[in-house]
Design a protein around this ligand. Sequence first.
Ligand code: IMP
Ligand code: MG
Length: 178
Amino acid sequence: METLQIKDKKFAVSIPEAEILEQVRRVAGEINRDFAGREPVFLAVLNGSFVFAADLLREVKLPSQISFIKLASYEGTASSGAVKELVGLNTDIAGRDVIIVEDIIDSGLTMEYLTGLLAQRHPHSVSVCTLLLKPGNLKVNLDIRYKCFSIPNDFIVGYGLDYDGYGRNTRDIYTVVD
Ligand code: IMP
Ligand code: MG
């Protein structure tokens, strides 16, 4: 079993690349079907979603745009609870169908904050698309329209997700082993 050492933690593959790409294609197919005839604007949440967004968007066959917002609620391996906006939204979303692209929903506080922020700008619709969901940690009520995987509460890295900034550049997703 291939393992990955990042600082004090050891990780092992939990979702191989082929499984990730299969689910990314499935979700892109759902978006292509649901938004046929529309021109959605994808809003990717930096940093973690950059790999997922790149793969997802290349499977989307709709006329569409992508924009980015940078939020952070994590320090080390635990959610701090407070969401910080590090790079703001600079796209006019009034009247648009917005699809938020997120790497992982854990407590859900980041997503609750972001959907609240977007609602003030009068979009036509806001849909949430996440690569991963930890249902066991969810603290708020969220409508998650698109999801590739539900996973246990363990800390993961890879395919864009990090531990202290490291581990984003792997093709597979890894879970911490103790
Ligand atoms: P939430 O606000 O608690 O839902 O946290 C969401 C953010 O925390 C995500 O955008 C991730 O960047 C980060 N996060 C949550 N769980 C993990 C994990 O297991 N590994 C790496 N980052 C995570
Ligand atoms: Mg993150």
